[in-house]
Design a protein around this ligand. Structure first.
Ligand code: GDP
Ligand code: MN
Length: 379
């Protein structure tokens, strides 16, 4: 789960990091009022789950409240990488001396949090990592001890020469680790970490992604979810209790069990097709789940054929069959559907489907081959 900059900043502040104040506006008038309250120059910043807002024109300095209103008018409703801006953060502008990068993310191979820091901040860090990797210092944290003072110092020392700055940055690095761990994050990033002409180190941008598996035990973090910023299909899938990941192909897949769903996608590729999604309808699927699954799959305009692959164990094939029949009665499904069912109550399921005019397969190979053929425009 991604959270907004202003939310990540709240977590950072709670961990003690020096983050400038800020308030959220959803209208230009609100932005104007907030800016007037701060006085002086402010920054109006688009709140979307995406980096590179600056380049897209979503981060603008305003010298007074009237200009803040103008910028908010331009930014609200703006499209940044396919996301519509619905909120802006208004924050007093800082006087920037230098911009550095500090990030921590979960390294799956090392099974531990790994820091990356660079004095080349403010810019795209992937670009720095690719072109000039020597400008990045990395450190993997032992989860038993957390980040130790000398390690934080070693990282900070890569950013600055001035001991006063190193001291402040070391503290922020340790606090960032706390915010990361206490939020169940998979990634937390300050880009840029600035120094001001007054010699202060501050975080003026914040980015954080939360590990979805951490959410059940962190209701305060889950409460930060902004469904209006998430793809509608993923919101719907989550609400229906389905695991869904949208992909770029044209064969819509509806499968029970994550392993079978993966195997089905592999087989689609094997037969020369491209899956449109990963979708696991889960164990004991009731007809409502199947209806929701079909609604989600058909909302993707790329889908040319829909493939059901159900192995009935706890899932009863007749439940899924009823769901398919009910869904086709309730909603208008354009693309052809091919179905493979095997296992618990298979005979009953085949009866329900054939009564409704569907033909079902029991061979996985045959059904996948057929789905790929249909998606490619075959009959
Ligand atoms: P991003 O483009 O989405 O990463 O948004 P950032 O918050 O990182 O802002 C992009 C850039 O805008 C920064 O790297 C700064 O150069 C500039 N910027 C952001 N906030 C301020 C500020 O308070 N004062 C000044 N002078 N520049 C800022
Ligand atoms: Mn940034």
């Amino acid at each position: 789960m991604d959270i907004h900059e202003y939310q990540a900043k709240e977590r950072f502040r709670a961990a003690g990091i020096d983050v400038p104040p800020g308030e959220i506006a959803t209208t230009p008038e609100e932005a104007e009022t907030i800016a007037a309250g701060y006085g002086g120059t402010v920054v109006v910043k688009a709140q979307v789950h995406s980096g590179g807002r600056g380049k897209a024109g979503g981060v603008r300095l305003a010298k007074d409240a009237a200009e803040a209103k103008e910028h908010a008018t331009a930014i609200l409703g703006m499209d940044i990488k396919g996301l519509t801006v619905e909120k802006v953060l208004v924050t007093p502008a800082e006087d920037i001396d230098t911009e550095a990068y500090v990030g921590v993310l979960m390294d799956r191979k090392k099974q531990a949090a790994t820091f990356m820091v660079s004095a080349e901040g403010g810019v795209d860090i992937e670009h720095v990592a690719h072109e000039t990797p020597e400008l990045i210092r990395k450190l993997t944290v032992d989860p038993r001890y957390g980040i130790l003072p000398h390690q934080a110092f070693w990282l900070a020392n890569f950013l600055y020469d001035d001991p006063k700055l190193i001291k402040q940055a070391s503290k922020i690095i340790a606090q960032l680790y706390d915010a990361f761990v206490n939020s169940g994050a998979s990634m937390a990033e300050i880009n840029p970490l600035i120094t001001t002409s007054a010699g202060e180190v501050k975080a003026i941008d914040a980015k954080m992604s939360i590990d979805d598996s951490e959410l059940f035990r962190r209701p305060d973090v889950e409460a930060m979810r902004d469904t209006s910023s998430e793809p509608a299909s993923e919101v719907k899938a989550r609400e229906a209790g389905l695991s869904y990941v949208k992909l770029d192909g044209d064969v819509g897949c509806c499968v029970n069990g994550a392993g079978l769903a993966m195997a089905t996608m592999d087989l689609v590729k094997y037969y020369g097709g491209e899956p449109a999604n990963f979708l696991d309808i889960g164990g004991s699927s009731n007809p409502d789940k199947v209806v929701a699954a079909l609604e989600i799959i058909t909302s993707d305009p790329n889908v040319k054929a829909i493939l059901f692959n159900i192995f009935g164990g706890i899932t009863r094939c007749d439940d899924v069959a009823r769901g398919i029949v009910e869904a086709t009665n309730r909603i208008d499904i354009g693309p052809p559907i091919v179905i493979r069912l095997t296992g618990t109550n298979e005979e009953l399921a085949l009866e329900i489907l054939s009564d409704a005019g569907f033909s079902a397969y029991t061979s996985m190979d045959a059904v996948v081959e057929k789905a790929v053929e249909l998606a490619a425009g075959g009959a």
